[in-house]
Design a binder for this molecule. Sequence first.
Ligand code: LMR
Length: 344
Amino acid sequence: MFAESARPARRSLTNRVALAALIAAVLLSVTSCNRNDDGRIVIKFPHIVAPATPKGQGAELIRKLVEERLGDRVVVEVYPSGQLMNEDDALEALAFGEIQMIAPSLSKFDRLTRKYQVFDLPFLFRDMAEVEAFQQSPAGQELLGVLSRKGFLGLAYWHNGMKQFGGPKPIRTPADGKGLKFRIMESDVLQEQILAMDGNPQKMAFGEVYQALQTGAIDAQENTWSNNYSQKFFEVQEYFAETNHGYLGYLLAVNPGFWNKLPEDIRLELEQIVREVTGEVNAIAEAMNLEDRQKILDSGRSQIELISAEDLAAWREVMRPVWAQFADEIGPEIMAATPAGSDY
Ligand code: LMR
């Protein structure tokens, strides 16, 4: 569909996703089930991470359970590692009904809703228990459906985990990031987070990060242990700082037109499968981030720096103004359900 590389092109690409979402809203009523030659309903589920990651395993588990329980009527086709399309294209393709299931990180819906920016606010959620409590709150559950009129119905949140900074030197304090070029996802909050440390944010597709680190096009990046390991970022980053500064999670989403036109018994079974797999993915994510952190240590290729309580306080102080910058757009009722409450 499109190449995903230079920054201006990517910006207009994201605008295209927003436009596609608007058009999709008009098309919702006509989107129907996509069927194979043998009459089975096809659910195409492309994603950009490796099959062994939490999201990769979740997609595969959905495929397997659907085969076991609905195999004569539904087939799920999983395309990992960006082999079918990149994520911008996947957002557009889902809105148009060309594919049926996606799970991009919440940060990547930035141009479609300001509300998901809450998930990117740095140092807002101290750990995964706080993320989970917010997502299960009435405000968090309401957010799942906030994009349904634009062609994306959220079925569940899938966790990856907390992000860490990787760089050519230990980024223990915000001052350590000064002047470094950081790859970030397509998110204005993440951009402001890097600017708050006087760094230079570069929005870039996931698939380009390894090479950009290798060639020095970027100096630093943020990601979870499972992505830092599976993408081999530890081979081209000498240091990681265990900042746990932000959340990386996914919206498992379908096209609402497609979903609502499914025969009811199939939809109910799929909803049950999604519930089971969501629990499984979240457990896998927790275990895998711990294991992959250890594998990075064992590789001897990069060092992991811990953050002292004093440095943590410095991070929080520098990053807190970013909350206030976005709180109005996110909405006070959503902020109120986060650990910040009304204190931002
Ligand atoms: C990233 O772009 O860093 C993440 O969204 C990748 C992913 O899907 O885990």
